[in-house]
Design a binder for this molecule. Structure first.
Ligand code: NAD
Length: 490
């Protein structure tokens, strides 16, 4: 296949793949097999300095001088390059992250559309003008914020990279992107493709490295004007603190513990398979996974039994097999962490009605797991497990369902299943989440703002709103009166 597993990957700085100054290299292996995958250079502080310098030079130079129509053409060209190289990118992502290729294909399709959306959305970047009183004309200019430091996690490295790059580049910013050190391959390959289609050196720089040192160094770097972060709520808090001196613009896309609320009048032919998908796609390693199912009391037993049956039928295994529905988790350590939550659930009184045991053999596989009889105060109902584990709780009536849905510190996503359209709209208004689906499991589309309420962060991705987060608004005031200005009357 297209992916060269022996390949060495450099850092991508100023339009070139380069070794790290200190010569640091990380050996990557495939989560699904444990086999070696690639050797990747890891950035140190000197490399981040070089990347920021290249980004600043491109901002004041070739990228800053690239007009919007040319930026649009390049974003569309990069989308075309992703399509042309889709097989290689998909395999790279599957082997690096361990997730099923069926999921990666959908993510890749979205990544392509995301570049196209922002390539076209450039046309919406515009100031406004209006005369004020008799002698002042006001107009506003939209200017790029500057150099954007962007930090992405390991769960959707390819898709998250495009969520970050596309709006920043459309707005005219330059980028220093830090992928997770365990999953940098697709971002590095995309940066190479960007260079090939004509993005000037320095517009995009990719510096994989450890978060606590190199990520933090990037956040504090005086040459970086804005930080866009996706990752855990804990790290998001640290980033807020670090970005306060010197003051930087920040946006945070953080964790979730999203409810899937099922009323007794729901159409179960839709609600059951969609609820199964909503937690187990990407093996539950999704910020917006609907990891808490809340079921109206009268439906509870029937729902738990049908859901557990359906979960038990999912195909777990080789992530490169197109029939696989649930691939590997990112690592054995992460699998142990996920299993620790299942054990904690058992100890708190939850009943494991599907999955719940680590399989023998190679790879970080974990079966779709259902914890029933969960109460909202339990640790498994409050903390992000980030694996193929769902909790099921019951609620008495609409008011109780809303109360439990909102009884977490997160607010990223919610899905509601009901045969009563008015109730669906009532819940959409009352659940505190950035996105609410009514009889609709899907979550993120280019053009539709995506982001959090509460401790799931702030700022929005994927929408026109996102462009604003990479732009400054400058007001220009112009005297248009016939008489000379003389404010002191002197
Ligand atoms: P994480 O916070 O540990 O790491 C995320 C990124 O931040 C990585 O690149 C890491 O190297 C870096 N990082 C870690 N510590 C840092 C520091 N002190 N300073 C700067 N950078 C640092 O999160 P994770 O475990 O890799 O990712 C999973 C989390 O991401 C989950 O909580 C998930 O919900 C969240 N997530 C959110 C969204 C969203 O859109 N809201 C999308 C995907 C994932």
């Amino acid at each position: 296949m297209a992916v060269a597993t022996e390949r060495e990957y450099g850092l991508y700085i100023n339009g070139e793949l380069t070794e790290s100054a200190a010569g640091d290299v990380r050996e990557l292996s495939e989560p699904a097999t444990g086999e070696p995958l690639a050797r990747v250079a890891m950035a140190g502080e000197a490399d981040v300095d070089r990347a920021v310098e290249a980004a600043r030079a491109a901002l004041g130079g070739p990228w800053g001088k690239t007009p919007p129509n040319e930026r649009s053409r390049l974003l569309h060209a990069l989308a075309d390059a992703l399509v042309a190289n889709r097989k290689e990118l998909a395999e790279l992502e599957v082997r690096n992250v361990g997730k099923a290729i069926s999921s990666v294909k959908a993510e890749l399709a979205q990544a392509v559309e995301n570049f196209r959306f922002y390539g076209s959305a450039i046309a919406s970047i515009a100031g406004r003008a209006n005369p004020i009183g008799g002698s002042i004309l006001f107009y506003s200019l939209k200017e790029p914020v500057g150099v954007a430091g962007q930090i992405v996690p390991w769960n959707y490295p390819l898709m998250m990279t495009t969520w970050k790059l596309a709006p920043a580049l459309a707005a005219g910013c330059t980028v220093v992107l830090k992928p997770d050190s365990s999953t940098p391959l697709s971002a590095l390959r995309m940066a190479e493709l960007a260079g090939e289609v004509g993005f000037p050196p320095g517009a995009i720089n990719v510096v994989p490295g450890p978060g606590k040192t190199i990520g933090a160094y990037l956040v504090r770097h005086p040459g970086v004007d804005k930080i866009a972060f996706t990752g855990s709520t804990e790290t998001g808090g640290e980033i807020m603190r670090m970005a306060s001196d010197p003051i930087k613009r920040i946006t945070l896309e953080l964790g979730g513990k999203s409810p899937n609320v099922v009323f007794a009048d729901a159409d179960l032919a839709d609600a059951i398979p969609s609820s199964v998908w909503s937690i187990y796609y990407s093996a539950g390693q999704s910020c917006e996974a609907r990891s808490r199912i809340l079921v109206e009391q009268s439906l509870y037993d029937e729902f738990v039994s049908s859901f557990a049956d359906a979960a038990g039928k999912l195909k777990l295994g080789d992530p490169l097999d197109p029939e696989t529905q649930v691939g590997s988790l990112i690592s054995n350590d992460h699998r142990d962490r996920v299993h620790g939550y299942v054990e904690a659930g058992r100890e708190e009184g939850a009943e494991v009605v599907a999955g719940g045991e680590r399989p023998d053999g190679k790879g970080a596989f974990y079966p779709p797991t259902v914890l029933a009889g969960v109460e909202s105060k339990m640790k498994v109902a409050q903390e992000e497990i980030f694996g193929p584990v769902v909790t099921v709780s019951s609620f008495a009536d609409e008011k109780d369902g809303i109360r439990i849905a909102n009884d977490v510190r997160y607010g990223l996503m919610a899905t509601v299943w009901t045969g009563d359209p008015a109730r669906g709209h009532r819940l959409a208004r009352q659940i505190k989440a950035g996105t609410v689906g009514i009889n609709m499991p899907y979550t993120a589309f280019p053009g539709i703002p995506f982001g959090g309420y509460k401790q799931s962060g702030f700022g929005r991705e994927l929408g026109l709103e996102t462009l604003e987060l990479y732009l400054e608004t400058k007001s220009v005031l112009v005297a248009t009166g016939a008489k000379p200005l003389n404010p002191f009357g002197i």
